[in-house]
Write a protein that binds this ligand. Structure first.
Ligand SMILES: NC(=O)c1ccc[n+]([C@@H]2O[C@H](COP(=O)([O-])OP(=O)(O)OC[C@H]3O[C@@H](n4cnc5c(N)ncnc54)[C@H](O)[C@@H]3O)[C@@H](O)[C@H]2O)c1
Length: 428
């Protein structure tokens, strides 16, 4: 019988836990054999869930890197600025590497990571989970089969959602560029990569606009307090932390997922304490956030095709919405259903790809993308065939160049040619 692929988890936070769940669901295919995590609660939780021997429980990636290789693969799930160091230390040991996006927070480090894994011949996948959903696979197959003919342009909306923006990008881990990274990198690198994948041709130049328009002190309503629990106008505020975390805790799976980020004490009293003392109870107009809350990117591809991308905080909870304009037909999607209108027959057909974007299990997370990624990665490691993953170092670097080019375009208020980011290999 084939042995399961063995995994070491670096960073047992939300993402490390989500990927490790794959091994619990498929013990025949994958097994978590080690963890490296400085936070006691998360480290012990992972150790218990996977019955890890004490010798394989480490307090940091640095400790894990001191040990001889003890798994087939390592899953690097630390925060954005802490991606390069563990990869550079663990790659020479011969681990296959699954790395959380983004590659890193500056382009030089992204290039170093990709060069390192290529030099050491590590099987490598970046966690571009959107590529691995049943929806993307089906859409890409339709486009490759030519159902809408030449793909001339695309309109893609990333509806971040009002509460998600407040949780992650105003109060939370990705609110401040110096502590994590800019919004287009931390959130939208998925979408730049998805557009790269869907368009299937090199991007030539980009323009971009966007700003932090709403979540700033000038927008603070009269009478608002610095914390929602002390606030007299909280009941009228769409971003009330009290309403989101405290009132809905235990009644909504998404809220419970977010609560696990804000406190280890998952009781009403624990949540209230986190809101009184921690960053997630702050008024959204009195935080230390500086990342944009809306941004557009216009992309010009090498053959003259175009794409228009919008990221905005100010939406309900929706999946990504995309319209694809082809010479023979039109596709409209909500990342679950694909509606195709054919210009010859004038008929519309609808393909329902099934799963929506949930967060609770590896199978449901990111529309099944978390599961699809783990399935592809584990299979690639088991067979030694890197073609089973579609987010290897070359694809990852191409889309990161796109992200850095678009952000440069926004900051410098000009059209940026991708050739400004050309690597020795040519156009990204
Ligand atoms: N692919 C996706 O769709 C997706 C979604 C959300 C987040 N992410 C990315 O995943 C990464 C992790 O995000 P998260 O929400 O799980 O964060 P998290 O804070 O929940 O987890 C990160 C963990 O790394 C641990 N850590 C810190 N220093 C360490 C060290 N020296 N050695 C080992 N572990 C260490 C932290 O204690 C923490 O538990 C980020 O880069 C984030 O941008 C990706």
């Amino acid at each position: 019988m084939k042995q399961p692929v063995t995994l070491a988890i670096v960073g047992a936070g939300r993402r490390g836990e989500a990927y490790a769940a794959y091994a619990i669901e498929h013990p025949d295919l994958a097994k978590v054999v080690a963890v490296a995590e400085p936070r006691e609660f998360q480290r012990q939780q992972m150790a218990r869930a996977h019955a890890l021997p004490a010798r394989n429980v480490f307090a940091s990636w640095e400790e894990l890197a001191q040990a001889p290789r003890l798994a087939d693969a390592v899953l690097v799930c630390t925060m954005d600025p802490l991606h390069m160091a563990p990869v550079l230390a663990l790659a020479p040991k011969g681990y296959a590497i699954l790395l959380e996006k983004p590659l890193s927070t500056n382009l030089a480090e992204c290039e170093r990571i990709c060069a390192c894994v290529k030099e050491h011949g590590n099987l490598f996948a970046l966690c571009y989970v959107l590529l691995y959903t049943a929806f993307t696979k089906r859409l890409k197959a339709m486009l490759d089969a030519g159902v809408i003919g030449d793909l001339v342009s695309v309109q893609h909306l990333e509806p971040v959602g009002w509460w998600h923006q407040a949780h992650s990008f105003v109060r939370g881990n990705w609110r401040n560029e110096a502590e994590s990274s800019f919004m287009l990198l931390s959130k939208s690198c998925h979408d730049m990569d998805w557009l790269r994948h869907i368009m299937g041709r090199p991007c030539r130049s980009v323009a971009s606009f966007g700003s932090l328009r709403h979540f700033r002190p000038s927008e603070r309503p009269p009478g608002a307090a610095d914390r929602c629990l002390d606030c007299g106008v909280e009941a009228q505020c769409p971003y009330s932390a009290k309403r989101f975390y405290l009132d809905q805790f235990g009644r909504d799976a998404t809220v419970d997922y977010c609560v696990a980020v804000i406190t280890d004490d998952r009781t009403p009293a624990g949540v209230a304490r986190a809101l009184r003392e921690g960053p997630y109870g702050r008024c959204v107009y009195a935080s230390d956030n500086d990342v944009v809350d809306h941004q557009v990117v216009a992309l010009d591809f090498a053959d003259g095709a175009t794409a228009a991308y919008t990221m905005t905080a100010f939406t309900p909870t929706l999946h990504r919405q995309t319209r694809l304009f082809g010479a023979r037909g039109y596709i409209e999607t909500d990342s679950v259903k694909i509606k195709h209108f054919d210009f010859v027959t004038e008929k519309e057909t609808v393909v329902d790809t099934g799963v929506g974007e949930g967060t609770a299990t590896a199978a449901a997370g990111h529309g099944g993308g978390d599961y699809g990624l783990m399935q592809a990665f584990v299979e690639a490691v088991a067979t030694g065939d890197p073609r089973k993953v579609w987010s290897g170092p070359d694809e990852a670097l191409t889309s990161h160049r796109l992200v850095f080019a678009a952000e440069r375009a926004r900051r410098e208020n000009r059209v940026v040619a991708l050739s400004e980011f050309t690597a020795p290999g040519g156009l990204p």
